[in-house]
Design a protein around this ligand. Structure first.
Ligand code: ATP
Ligand code: MG
Length: 431
């Protein structure tokens, strides 16, 4: 037998009926983003490797060990994007969208990181994200966080909590760095090997370490929040006030840092206890230095990204369902002449009922076989067009499912072709 291929480890298919939940999630997200005046930006999956090294930071998990990097046929080093922010800034600069302007963008799509696959962690995963440029004040931080809160609510997701922190200015972090190194050096033997290595080069990265032994050491470490400069303190206070004004509950987690180097001041995460170690479903913050770091003029920026697979896992765990996606009706046709008429009739029905979901039987078959397919499709009605119906310009309508009112199935009626649209139209808004 020929070799059967399997998908690459960490790269998943999304199949019906799950794909209906994905479609629902994207439709809700697109509506939510446009409700705040954010425009969609579609970015390429591949960028020059240096873009990520320069933006995310050389001494980070992503750049050190998670990127899918390859040489193309010209010998250029390219990378499958591990996140969206770097590409968004690159595109904004390339098209002159960031200089002296305010912009509100959103994006959605696959990201790629070479991590150990497990529930909620994959090598190809998907993010929804927003980015706002040209606004330095805490009001826009509040807006993007409020938008994430609205999105979670609109998706029907409960039981997620918001944690916020401030990483201060780059001067704060430079001062704090010294204090942190001094503290970590006293506990160097208790740190995991990655953290020991990063201690001197990028000690703030140690704060984001996942190893439990390092987490233990960090519990008593000095925090950035204690070292905040006055301006960052005022920004953080106003952010807290803004969240309170909007009625968005949060907790301050002074140990919260993000796994990318470009963040400063505001950082936040939405966390659930329902997905084990993969509990962060949305994360973001302010990255005022990045645009300049990538060759633009200094431009304040803030944004977040949410992991779609984790949102889907949560929605399923919490019993959120997509709007019904099964066909409304399945059209059975018996004989060649009826089959041809069936296609004409179906096209007409789709013209007059644009939201109708109608499957036309293909591949022939006896009535019993066609009805079996109709039943398997999940359709509520089978429409039966045989030679007698063709001659009389009518059709049999057989219900395959109990109605919500509890009426039993297998009721059958005969309708003329002209009566049919009204009968099917009645199905469209019923639950
Ligand atoms: P984690 O701490 O879980 O590794 P991260 O800090 O690396 O997350 P970000 O770069 O902030 O994640 O990405 C934003 C969101 O994307 C995460 O909060 C998460 O929901 C999702 N995400 C990140 N990496 C993965 C992955 N490998 N598989 C699935 N979802 C992911
Ligand atoms: Mg990660």
């Amino acid at each position: 037998m020929a070799h059967r291929f399997q998908s690459v480890r960490g790269f998943n298919d999304v199949l019906p009926p799950d794909s209906a939940l994905w479609q629902h999630l994207h439709a809700v997200a697109a509506r939510c983003f446009s409700a705040y005046g954010y425009g969609e930006i579609r970015l390429p999956l591949v960028e020059h490797t240096a873009l990520f090294a320069r933006s995310i930071g050389e001494v980070t998990d992503i750049v050190e060990k998670e990127m899918f990097t390859f040489q193309d046929r010209e010998g250029d080093s390219l990378t499958l994007r591990p996140e969206g922010t770097a590409s968004c800034v690159r595109a904004g600069l390339e098209h002159g969208l960031l200089h002296n302007q305010q912009q509100r963008f959103w994006y959605a799509g696959p990201m790629f990181r070479h991590e150990r696959p497990q529930a909620g962690r994959y090598r190809q995963f998907h993010q929804l994200g927003v980015e706002a440029y040209g606004m330095a004040g805490p009001d826009i931080d509040v807006e993007v966080i409020a938008m994430s809160a609205r999105l979670l609510r609109a998706l029907g997701i409960a039981g997620v909590r918001l944690e916020i922190n401030s990483l201060g200015s780059s001067e704060t972090r430079a001062r704090y760095r010294t204090a942190l190194i001094a503290y970590l050096e006293r506990h160097v033997d208790a740190l995991d090997p990655d953290s020991q290595r990063r201690l001197q080069r990028n000690p703030l990265r140690v704060l984001d370490a996942k190893a439990p032994q390092t987490q233990d050491v960090l519990r008593a470490a000095p925090t950035l929040l204690d070292a905040l400069d006055a301006e960052s303190r005022a920004h953080f206070d106003a952010l807290r006030q803004g969240l309170e004004d909007m009625g968005i509950p949060y907790t301050v987690n002074p140990h919260l840092v993000r796994g990318l180097d470009y963040y400063g001041r505001t950082v936040f995460e939405w966390i659930t206890d329902q997905l084990g170690a993969q509990g962060t479903v949305c994360a973001g913050g302010r990255y005022d230095g990045l645009v300049e770091q990538l060759g633009g003029a200094p431009t304040p920026a803030v944004g977040w990204a949410s992991g779609v697979e984790r949102l889907i896992l949560l929605m399923k765990a919490q019993g959120v369902t997509a709007p019904e996606a099964a066909p409304h009706a399945y059209l059975c046709a018996l004989g060649e002449a009826a089959q041809r008429q069936a296609h004409r009739l179906a096209e007409h029905l789709r013209d007059v009922l644009p939201t109708l979901r109608l499957v036309v039987n293909a591949g022939g078959g006896k009535l019993a076989a066609q009805l079996k397919r109709a039943d398997r499709s999940g359709a509520r009605l089978a429409l039966i067009l045989g030679e007698a119906e063709l001659a009389a310009a009518n059709i049999q309508v057989k219900s395959l499912r109990a109605t919500p009112a509890g009426a039993t199935s297998s009721q059958q009626q005969t309708l003329t072709w002209t009566e049919l649209p009204a009968r099917l139209g009645g199905l469209l808004d019923s639950p």
